[in-house]
Ligand binder design. Structure first.
Ligand SMILES: *[C@@H]1O[C@H](CO)[C@@H](O)[C@H](O)[C@H]1NC(C)=O
Ligand SMILES: *[C@@H]1O[C@H](CO)[C@@H](O)[C@H](O)[C@H]1NC(C)=O
Ligand SMILES: *[C@@H]1O[C@H](CO)[C@@H](O)[C@H](O)[C@H]1NC(C)=O
Ligand SMILES: *[C@@H]1O[C@H](CO)[C@@H](O)[C@H](O)[C@H]1NC(C)=O
Length: 430
């Protein structure tokens, strides 16, 4: 009887929700040893999802406002300016993976960030951190990193607190003070011993991911730099849609199980910003038509930070104004001038049925043709569709194009840092 009542209640709940009950209890890591599940922070199974579900329009507006902060942050990174006065918006990267830290392991849901190097975790006793922290006292393998250690030279603004190496960092609108520590980090079933990361002791602002961050950038102290013999500087990820309940997005570390058939483009290195994944975007095609965009909109310049970066933390692709305007105008022209409306920062929305061409990013050596779901964001009821890209706002003085996670979803993005290339293939993972 009890079971029956329970089933009925569950059924009622599912029907009332109007969606299939998400299966949140499945093991969160794939059986394969070096593969982790990726979850969007707003997805139905995420502990970080909004308490009261937002309307579709509000969800979009919220994602746009965190993008604005992310954009400002990345622009300042790219140009080498130090940081960045911004309004109090949260700008957590949107995808998290499960990391187990210490011995015995403590589980944290850390944000994936391809534009940052070092990992950092809020530690027990942290002032103004979220409630989930890593309890260093309970780990038998935990060690602090002494001031004289060469790793101490790899953190930004190092300082010596007593005998322990410490550093301060700005991240979006937040700053934190951390000590540099080491412990065992287990991702899927790979234990990485003596992993160096920041142990956050004091935080300000609201921009820090609640349970820490896994830096997947390409500079010193990043995951790749610390695991050359385990992962050989290779990883790939597939980001599920933000509405996805299936959890089949994944982060694959190392050479095993990577796709063989995949198209690649060379990564470009900006010595001033060694963490960022710069690529050579050369043109954009709408349908069969290569849009007229001045080459300066794409030109790579390490001095100003100009060029194109692939980032997992921003949601909607942001193009410098001449590039965005040209793409948008071509798309509008293809819509035969159907009435255009706007939604927040999106200026090309349609409330009538439309037939949309594809959009192709043309990189050196690789064309990536996006299906509609990667550039149109549709309302739940399907009545509104918006071009899910935007022009970099003028006041940010942004010279960098950033390809965001919405455009990357349901593709496998492979970073092969050893061969200095970035590869892409279509893969449904929502
Ligand atoms: C780091 O921040 C703390 C306070 O949060 C401050 O006491 C310390 O002086 C700062 N260190 C550096 C090197 O800026
Ligand atoms: C995700 O789940 C939905 C329903 O639960 C199903 O229709 C869809 O095929 C699943 N997608 C994948 C990629 O497994
Ligand atoms: C769309 O509008 C532009 C300018 O307003 C015009 O030149 C063009 O012919 C129109 N296209 C269609 C398909 O109606
Ligand atoms: C990309 O597409 C263009 C046609 O628009 C073609 O000329 C070019 O060869 C393609 N590049 C690659 C690498 O396939």
């Amino acid at each position: 009887m009890k079971t029956l009542l329970f089933s009925i209640a569950t059924l009622f709940f599912s029907v009332a929700q109007g969606l299939l009950t998400p299966n949140c209890d499945t093991p969160h890591d794939h059986g394969s040893t070096s593969t982790l599940q990726i979850m969007h922070i707003n997805s139905p199974c995420s502990p970080f999802r909004p308490k009261t579900p937002l309307s579709w329009a509000d969800t979009v507006l919220q994602m746009q406002s965190s993008d604005k902060a992310r954009l400002q942050y990345l622009s300042s990174l790219a140009s080498g300016r130090s940081i960045v006065p911004i309004a109090a918006v949260t700008q957590n990267p949107a995808y998290v993976v499960r990391a187990r830290i210490g011995t015995p392991a403590q589980t944290m849901l850390v944000a994936m960030d391809t534009s940052n190097d070092a990992a950092w975790i809020p530690c027990a006793g942290c002032v103004s951190c979220s409630s989930t922290t890593f309890d260093t006292a309970r780990s038998s393998t935990f060690k602090t990193v002494p001031c004289g250690d060469q790793r101490c030279n790899q953190v930004p603004n190092p300082s010596c607190g007593g005998t322990t190496c410490g550093f301060n960092l700005s991240y979006g609108g937040s700053t934190f003070a951390a000590s540099l520590v080491q412990d065992t980090l287990a991702l899927a079933s790979d234990p990485i011993t003596s992993y160096s990361f920041g142990c956050i002791q004091r935080a300000t602002g609201t921009s820090l991911p609640p349970q820490g961050l896994l830096g997947l950038g390409r500079g010193p102290l990043s995951l790749l730099s610390q695991t050359p013999n385990l992962y050989h500087s290779i990883f790939s990820y597939c980001l599920p849609n933000y509405k996805s309940v299936n959890f089949s997005g994944s982060l694959k570390l190392g050479t095993k199980t990577q796709p063989k058939k995949i198209k690649c483009t060379q990564l470009l290195r900006n010595p001033r910003r060694s963490s960022l994944y710069y690529v050579n975007l050369m043109a954009i095609r709408v349908g069969g038509h290569v849009v007229k965009i001045p080459p300066s909109a794409f030109a790579f310049d390490p001095n100003t930070g100009a060029g194109t970066v692939l980032d997992s933390g921003i949601m909607f692709t942001s193009l410098v104004k001449p590039a965005y305007t040209a793409v948008r105008d071509e798309l509008r022209r293809r819509m035969r001038n159907a009435t255009v409306s706007s939604l927040g920062g999106f200026d090309t929305c349609y409330t009538v049925p439309i037939v949309v061409p594809t959009i192709t990013f043309m990189f050196a050596g690789m064309n990536v043709t996006l299906p509609q779901d990667n550039f149109l964001i549709r309302s739940t009821a399907g009545t509104t569709s918006c071009l899910a890209m935007a022009a970099a706002p003028e006041n940010v003085n942004s010279v960098v194009n950033i390809i965001g996670s919405f455009q990357q979803q349901n593709h496998r993005i492979l970073i092969d840092e050893a061969k200095s290339r970035l590869c892409v293939s279509r893969e449904p993972c929502s």
